[in-house]
Design a protein around this ligand. Structure first.
Ligand code: 13P
Length: 277
């Protein structure tokens, strides 16, 4: 309740995030924004943010074309502050070129580059120290789901990387989570809205009960074969606060449709509860 005796409901923003992975040239990026901006110019939105993570070298270009309507960030950062780590990119350098956020723990980094939960924990610490927002990704493989281990695996990923990594308030305000089942990434096989909602609700409960965080307002995004055709049903779920999109974020037409869907969601969510206004 505020000073005037009116109940104030904090609402989680809706996030649409494009993860461009190792794609795009400068020319393609310019063409993307020319089309995208044209397509979304008439759409008004108050409660939704759009972020894009291009390759490191394209961050300044995307920033110049997208800011202030959208935010730009990175797909990864070093686990160390600075020093002799040839080929790595520091969180400090990202902040220095106006990156707003960094994706940490993407399953491609975990699987291909063998990044384990303790290393990811260090990355989270260094990103927070450099005032970058973080999208922390978690998710199970197909085998783990088929073995009935999905909840346990995701719980472990959260516990090891997040438990005590920073103050509660920092985690609550600076970190967004992205549930990305590995079997849904780049496969065209999206989790059903029910499967995603079940995991998102579990994540929110685990954050609250095990990590003692106020998770009601912590954004939890879904990622894995999100398209203009399936985003609406996903965003209708009470614990899904946005989408982390790979393939469809590379096409200006599709990304504009996703933008329209994210902007159009009528009822904001608050920690799993619908607010009827
Ligand atoms: P796709 O949308 O191509 O399945 O990729 C999802 C993803 O990995 C986003 O981080």
């Amino acid at each position: 309740m505020n000073q005037k005796g009116v109940y104030v409901v904090n609402v989680i923003k809706r996030y649409l995030v494009g993860n461009w992975k190792m794609n795009q040239t400068q020319e393609e990026i310019r063409a993307f924004f020319a089309t995208f901006k044209n397509l979304v110019s008439g759409i008004t939105t108050t409660n939704h943010e759009t972020w894009i993570a291009p390759q490191f070298v394209h961050i300044p270009l995307v920033h110049s074309l997208f800011f202030p309507n959208g935010q730009v960030g990175a797909q990864n950062c070093s686990h160390k502050e600075k020093g002799a780590f040839t080929g790595d990119v520091s969180a400090k350098a990202l902040k220095d070129i106006d990156a707003h956020f960094v994706i940490i723990g993407h399953s491609e980094r975990r699987a291909i580059f063998k990044e384990d939960p303790l290393l990811l924990r260090e990355k989270i610490q260094v990103a927070l120290a450099n005032k970058l927002k973080i999208i922390f990704c978690i998710g199970e493989t197909l085998k783990e789901r088929e073995n009935g281990d999905a909840l346990r695996i995701v719980g472990e990923q959260l516990n090891i990387s997040l438990n005590g990594v920073a103050s509660s308030s920092e985690i609550e305000t600076e970190i967004l989570l992205a549930y990305e089942p590995v079997w849904a990434i780049g496969t065209g096989r999206t989790a059903t809205p029910e499967q995603a909602q079940e995991m998102h609700a579990y994540i929110r409960k685990l954050l609250q009960e095990q990590l003692k965080l106020n998770s009601a307002l912590l954004p939890i995004l879904y990622g894995g074969s999100v398209t203009p055709e399936n985003i609406d049903a996903l965003l209708q779920q009470p614990d899904i606060n946005g989408a982390l999109v790979g393939g469809a974020s590379l096409k200006a037409n599709d990304f504009a449709k996703l933008f329209a869907s994210a902007a159009a969601v009528q009822q904001p969510h608050s920690g799993g509860k619908r607010i009827n206004n």
